[in-house]
Design a protein around this ligand. Structure first.
Ligand code: TRP
Length: 330
């Protein structure tokens, strides 16, 4: 049986997905299902490394699964599961921590940035990239679809794999980041910043945002913010064009580009058109989301965890064996 390369990605249960997450990452996850053997993990054990509310984490984990399924992740084509339901990840993380350089962890920029935002900096936040490496290596994944901001973590996972292999024998393939050109959708209220939930409700459009609110957020989207160099769109206008490109038929997009080039572009029709096509694009996602019920989703996640565990258990057993803790009792 010719096996397809293995893909793994992890996504934090941050509550509902927004269109920045969708166009920037999830749409790509959906496309990858047809080419690779894909594992997609909702990484709840990563979410507890900063202060969190348990109720909210539980809710967000299910909500994330629902959003991902609504976007088109198909349990027949990929393995969708919650990280904590495959406890082998955390056990492997401990093993890998023994081949992770302390100095390397100290250099992680995400740790420095997130750490600065916390009153209490947990040890878990520091070792977060080791768990991430375990997420990847436990499936012997060779491709990891991520954004630019995760490249340092993937590079570290490679170093961890390499050190394990050289000390205990070749076992883990070195994973590679799969950097597809992911469009960076910006905040409508501040188009100099990447769309993000943490900036507040004006700064993102949720996948399940009501139509009225989508229209309102696009209508009030910031366009011009002072003088620009000749021929360069302001960030807000560029963001509207990006959304149009992602959602509208090509002719429509090109018409607006032509108007812009001629200097006859009016923001009002541009915004109206962007809102229209965005709503149209999100409609099937909204419809699928509305059809999913929680018990069905729990079932899918349970099934996903079972399939993931079958693979994870083997890798963990192999790693335990290699380091000298496996099969102590015959
Ligand atoms: N650290 C990633 C992020 O913040 C999430 C993540 C956890 C991940 N485990 C992973 C991504 C494994 C890719 C592979 O987005």
């Amino acid at each position: 049986m010719a096996s397809k390369p293995v893909v793994l990605s992890g996504i934090q249960p941050t509550g509902t997905l927004h269109i920045g997450n969708y166009f920037g990452a999830v749409k790509n996850y959906v496309a990858l299902q047809d080419q690779y053997e894909c594992f997609y993990s909702i990484v709840d054990y990563h979410a507890i490394t900063v202060e969190h509310d348990p109720q909210e984490l539980r809710r967000n984990t299910i909500a994330m699964a629902m959003d991902l399924l609504a976007c088109g992740l198909d349990p027949k084509k990929c393995v969708l599961f919650v990280q904590s339901q495959v406890p082998e990840h955390t056990e492997l993380a401990w093993i890998l921590s023994a081949v992770t350089s302390y100095g390397d962890l100290q250099r992680m920029t995400q740790f420095k940035e997130k750490g600065e935002m916390q009153e209490f900096v947990s040890c878990g936040l520091f070792t977060y990239p080791v768990l991430q490496a375990a997420d990847i290596l436990i499936y012997k994944a060779s491709k990891v679809p991520v954004g630019e901001d995760q490249l340092q973590h993937i590079e570290l996972a490679r170093r961890i794999a390499r050190r394990f292999n050289s000390r205990f024998g070749e076992m883990f393939p070195e994973p590679e980041a799969l950097l597809t050109e992911a469009p960076r959708v910006m905040s409508p209220a501040d188009p100099t910043r990447k769309m993000s939930k943490s900036l507040g409700p004006k700064h993102y459009i949720a996948l399940t945002e009501p139509e009225k609110s989508i229209r309102e957020k696009i209508k009030t989207a910031v366009t011009d913010v002072g003088p620009r160099p000749e021929g360069e769109k302001s960030p807000g206008v560029a963001n509207l064009f990006l959304l149009l490109k992602l959602t509208a038929p090509r002719e429509i997009y090109e018409q607006f580009e032509a108007d812009y080039a001629k200097g006859t572009l009016k923001y009002e029709p541009l915004k109206r058109t962007v809102a229209e096509y965005l709503i149209k694009t999100l409609e099937p996602i909204r419809a699928r989301r509305a059809q999913l019920n929680e018990s069905e989703v729990r079932e899918i996640l349970h099934e996903g965890a079972t399939r993931a565990r079958a693979v994870a258990r083997k890798t963990l057993e192999e790693a335990r064996e290699r380091i000298g803790v496996g099969k102590l009792i015959a």
